[in-house]
Design a binder for this molecule. Structure first.
Ligand code: ATP
Ligand code: MG
Length: 333
């Protein structure tokens, strides 16, 4: 295979620091220079030429300036709207440029938790019961079986998630829903609270998609038992990871099957991560899928999980790239 020209497209958190009055976790989903540098070095070491292009706007300038690449390695989370993760892939599709990861439809579907859950429910995949709360008026008269969990409808990286998102009475349910809605926008998702073990499943591939492993997130004192933005930031202190989880082979098999089914149903490509908790009956229930799972070389869940099953960062990125090259036909150039 010839050496390819691969463009890196990303959104840096440091370019979008919260302004006074904005939530402190505003840029939580965005990436660090450390991640970009690690990807650049790793893809170079896999034998390709890497161009760190920048964000979606930089990509526009790059392409309209007459430059070209064979493939974009995309980790751009986007900034505006619930379809923000789709914007770079949509631009690349417009120009017929191959890229890594899911397409615009899948990225938008999976970022909107209500839309995603409707699709899962239609196919009989277990996910917590939920309600989409559309407005302040809706929140003020809200009723829902308790305990419940309140979260933003279209955020990631634990944005907007705090320990108080678990609510045990009607007053807290309405108050937290109002807080989340006025801070992160409407709609807000109210879900059945899942009390059981938290798990995440890493997946790589396409027609040959396989679960690379399942990781248990064990909560330590101070975490509030929730994988919130704060818990994720202080993960070394607030959680322990176990691969494989301390669960029966039967539940592990069910979790893996549900993860792969969710990946395929939503049309994920090349890589992804599916988050679960066990419900009251001990059954794995899907919280969400991350088609653009974080790829920080140290702290991202998918990377931690991969290392625990013996896949180092280079092998993981190599597998993702390899899946994309096979899928797009670039491997045969
Ligand atoms: N229904 C629920 N019951 C119990 N805990 C929940 C529920 N929904 C979310 N949580 C907790 O909140 C965390 C974040 O929720 P979720 O995965 O939906 O959000 P996210 O911000 O998209 O996450 P990510 O960082 O994986 O992108 C979960 O990992 C879990 O700890
Ligand atoms: Mg999650």
């Amino acid at each position: 295979m010839r050496r390819l020209r691969i463009g890196l497209v990303f959104d840096l958190a440091e370019k979008h620091r919260p302004q006074p009055g904005e939530p402190r976790d505003k840029a939580a989903e965005l990436d660090s220079p450390e991640t970009v540098q690690a990807l650049q070095e790793t893809i170079t070491s896999l034998g390709h030429e890497v161009l760190p292009i920048g964000d979606g706007q930089d990509l526009l300038k790059f392409l309209t300036g007459g430059e070209s690449v064979d493939l974009v390695f995309n980790i751009a989370e986007g900034l505006h709207g619930r379809s923000r993760e789709s914007q770079v892939p949509a631009l690349l599709e417009l120009l017929n440029i191959p890229y890594t990861g899911a397409d615009p439809l899948t990225l938008a579907l999976c970022l909107d938790k209500a839309m995603f859950k409707r699709v899962l429910k239609a196919e009989g995949i277990l996910t917590p019961e939920f309600r989409e709360v559309l407005s302040i008026t809706d929140a003020e008269s809200l009723e829902f079986p308790l305990p419940a969990f309140v979260k933003p409808a279209a955020e990631g990286s634990g944005k907007g998630i705090k320990a108080d998102c678990r609510v045990d009475n009607l007053e807290a349910l309405r108050r937290v829903t109002l807080r989340v809605g006025t801070t992160y926008g409407w709609p807000v998702i109210v879900e059945e609270f899942l009390p059981g073990m938290e798990l995440t499943v890493g997946i790589v591939g396409n027609d040959d998609a396989r679960a690379i492993g399942i990781m248990q997130i064990e909560f330590l004192p101070g975490s509030g038992g929730i994988y919130s933005y704060q818990t994720k930031k202080q993960y070394l202190k607030l959680v322990d990871y176990h691969v494989p989880p301390r669960l029966s082979a039967k539940i592990l098999k069910e979790t893996e099957a549900a993860a792969l089914q969710t990946y395929q149903l939503t049309g994920c490509r090349d890589f992804g991560r599916v988050d679960f908790r066990l419900d009251r009956q001990g059954r794995p229930s899907v919280l969400e899928i991350n088609p653009l799972a974080g790829l920080n070389p140290i702290s991202s869940d998918l990377v931690i999980l991969s290392k625990a099953v013996g896949l180092n960062y280079k092998t993981l990125i190599g597998n993702i790239l390899s899946a994309a090259l096979t899928r797009t036909g670039l491997r045969n150039l």
